[in-house]
Design a protein around this ligand. Structure first.
Ligand SMILES: Nc1nc2c(ncn2[C@@H]2O[C@H](COP(=O)(O)OP(=O)(O)OP(=O)(O)O)[C@@H](O)[C@H]2O)c(=O)[nH]1
Ligand SMILES: [Mg+2]
Length: 345
């Protein structure tokens, strides 16, 4: 499933802009009617104005509904992202209400057409047209909060980082200040994208490198504090939920240097907690800031320094290997003719 391209979603017009557009288009309709008989001419003109206005409103609203992806079609990570950014319930409700408005406008246009056919006087045609316009306006007034919501949601969603779920992804986690962002920069080809995730007020880093034509994405997580789950706020919970849903490997950084912001016991406790949450993804524990040590800390197997570059290439190879190993374990990725358990007698 490719990631959602929020940036491709067009601007959402305000309701008064939609009405302006509709009525402006409709006002050009009378000129297109040629009928020497006033009664027939006005009847056609008024009907055309109503149908034209309705079709502009209807198609504008339906385009929103169709261009916005259905939440069910999104990856769990994107769903968590949208939920944290704008709220999944509001998302569904707003699109549903907008669709309802489009249907109402269409049905009013149909009623008006039938009414105009039944009417017998020129004044009546004008009145029917005015009545339809009034009802269009009042429907759009009614859904104006949802349309405004959609406009604001678009701006928020456009600013989200996008992760391509077809490509490998490495999630980098650890306590605050352990060097997550610096390591992503060190592993990245080019400058990492700095993006604001809705999970945190912090700017997070999204970097990538290419190996054998595959794009390995790396994503920061907000520095998770070592506190019991129940004390974490909902934003942090979202970050944790995202951790569960995205990534092929979780790279957990530990800062064992004297200058570490978080005591080592707390960092290790956080690691235990993360292990409990992320049971299905491999976790690679790495000690950061190796340039600050005189000698390796006890038990540290893998050390890197974003500063000096020490261990960075080794780490990259290990990550690539871990992700490749994981792929073979996925039966869907096995080559055809590969003996599978269920086909063996
Ligand atoms: N000496 C040294 N300092 C480092 C290294 N990596 C990061 N730092 C420093 O550690 C501090 C924190 O680095 P960040 O990369 O921002 O850490 P972070 O984990 O992303 O921090 P948060 O996003 O706030 O949780 C910065 O002052 C970095 O300059 C390293 O390899 N060696
Ligand atoms: Mg950071």
């Amino acid at each position: 499933m490719a990631s959602v391209e929020w940036r491709r979603i067009p601007t959402v017009l305000r309701t008064d802009e939609i009405l302006d557009k509709a009525f402006r288009r409709a006002s050009k309709q009378p000129d297109t009617v040629e009928d020497p008989d006033k009664y027939h001419r006005v009847r056609k003109q008024m009907n055309k104005m109503v149908q034209s206005a309705a079709s502009v409103i209807d198609s504008t609203l339906i385009a929103y509904v169709e261009l916005w992806p259905s939440l069910n079609a999104l990856s769990p990570f994107d769903q968590a992202l949208v939920d944290a950014a704008v709220g999944n319930d509001e998302y569904r409700r707003s699109l549903g209400t907008i669709q309802w408005a489009a249907e109402r406008v269409r049905s009013i246009a149909g009623d008006t057409q039938r009414k105009i056919l039944r009417l017998r006087d020129v004044d009546g045609f004008h009145q029917a047209r005015r009545a339809a316009y009034g009802r269009f306006s009042s429907i759009l007034d009614q859904v104006s909060p949802e349309i405004e919501w959609l406009g604001a949601a678009r701006d928020t969603l456009r600013a989200l980082p996008s992760i391509d779920s077809m490509e490998p992804c490495i999630v980098v986690a650890g306590s605050p200040n352990v060097g997550k962002s610096a390591l992503i920069t060190a592993l990245s080809s080019g400058e990492p994208e700095v993006a604001a995730y809705p999970f945190t007020t912090k700017q997070l880093h999204l970097g990538h490198f290419t190996h054998r034509r595959r794009k390995y994405q790396m994503v920061d997580t907000p520095g998770l504090l070592d506190r019991p789950m129940s004390e974490r706020n909902s934003i942090e919970m979202q970050a944790i939920a995202a951790l569960e849903n995205v990534g092929d490997v979780l790279l957990f950084l530990i800062d064992h240097t004297e200058s570490a912001t978080t005591p080592i016991e707390e960092q290790e406790h956080l690691l235990q907690e993360v292990r409990g949450l992320i049971s299905e993804r491999p976790i690679l524990v790495v000690h950061s800031k190796s340039d600050l040590y005189q000698s390796s800390p006890e038990g540290a197997t893998l050390m890197v320094s974003a500063e000096s570059g020490e261990g960075v290439e080794e780490l990259r190879s290990i990550l690539v290997e871990m992700i490749a190993a994981d792929e073979v374990l996925d039966p869907l990725n096995l080559p055809e003719n590969w003996p599978r358990e269920d086909t063996l007698e």
